[in-house]
Design a protein around this ligand. Sequence first.
Ligand SMILES: *[C@@H]1O[C@H](CO)[C@@H](O)[C@H](O)[C@H]1NC(C)=O
Ligand SMILES: *[C@@H]1O[C@H](CO)[C@@H](O)[C@H](O)[C@H]1NC(C)=O
Length: 333
Amino acid sequence: MGKKVVFTLFICFIIASAVPSKGKDDDGGRNVKLLFAFGDSYADTGNLPSVSVSWKTPYGLTFPGEPSGRFSDGRVLTDYIASFFGVRAPLAYRRIKNFDAKSVVQNGINFAHGGSGVFQTLSDLPNMTTQIDFLQQLVEKNVFSTHDLSSSIALVSVAGNDYGAYLARNGAFQGLEGFSRSVINQLMSNVRRLNSFGIKKIFMTGIGPLGCLPQSTASNSYQNCNAALNNFSMSHNQLLEQNIFHLNSEAASPVFSYLDLYTSFLSALGGVPNRLKPCCIGGCGGVDKNGEKRYVVCEDVSRSIFWDSIHPSDSGWGAVFSALRESMQTSLV
Ligand SMILES: *[C@@H]1O[C@H](CO)[C@@H](O)[C@H](O)[C@H]1NC(C)=O
Ligand SMILES: *[C@@H]1O[C@H](CO)[C@@H](O)[C@H](O)[C@H]1NC(C)=O
């Protein structure tokens, strides 16, 4: 399972001991009190079991200074979003023992599981439907009041694990566009469900430029992004944006917001020397039989956008988020 998790494309990540967010609160008094996160490793803050690399050195190197279950040397998207709204990052669902303890769930809950998708991926992880079922069970038990839910926002991350699994199963791009429609249709029914619980704002990530991930550029020494994969990312995003537009036009207010990770990644990557090269190279977090590291860590991770072959670094997410922030502010007006 550890191995599978390592190789499952995209997404994974701490002890949800509510890692305090470092950023300045700037939600502009929007009165958001709880954050619920769903999806994959770009959002996960510790839902995977301890065999996952996200719980191994050197993950967590920068923050909090030890592995925390996040697929980063530090913070991930959820931490930046929480900070933006001035709330604490919610605890990871799997780390919560007692859901009746108000103090434990007062910031919301993170249901995201690294490696998961809208559909079943290669590992046996809770897909997004199951993650939403977890919340529904808690809502039915009145762990969250109507008032709690109406002062909540949700982050829904789909970074591409469904496509990674599709390509691994089929070995080819053939049929991928059709599969993309199924992914988005399922995603739309998922977020409708979230809205039916009364969550007031739902942020949905687009896919980043998959062709720029270190795993796509390693073969050319991290020099050039793969145009075909980036085209595919753009076509997924275009379809997603159209669907979000329709969903909002059916709703009384614009509940659903698109987070343009594609453009934000490209802007974060612009102008950074050696920008496509990850900091942790090799089987990051892995050791061989003799306990020797199978990876090499760069000298200054704060200069890297990517941490490992799939995931941004703490400062990489910072750069991506500063590009996202502007569009988030617009969508909240
Ligand atoms: C999600 O997982 C559950 C449990 O494995 C499965 O029954 C369901 O069909 C899956 N849903 C989707 C949309 O793949
Ligand atoms: C990517 O899309 C552009 C514009 O649609 C097209 O010109 C280009 O040939 C595509 N590249 C690949 C490798 O598919």
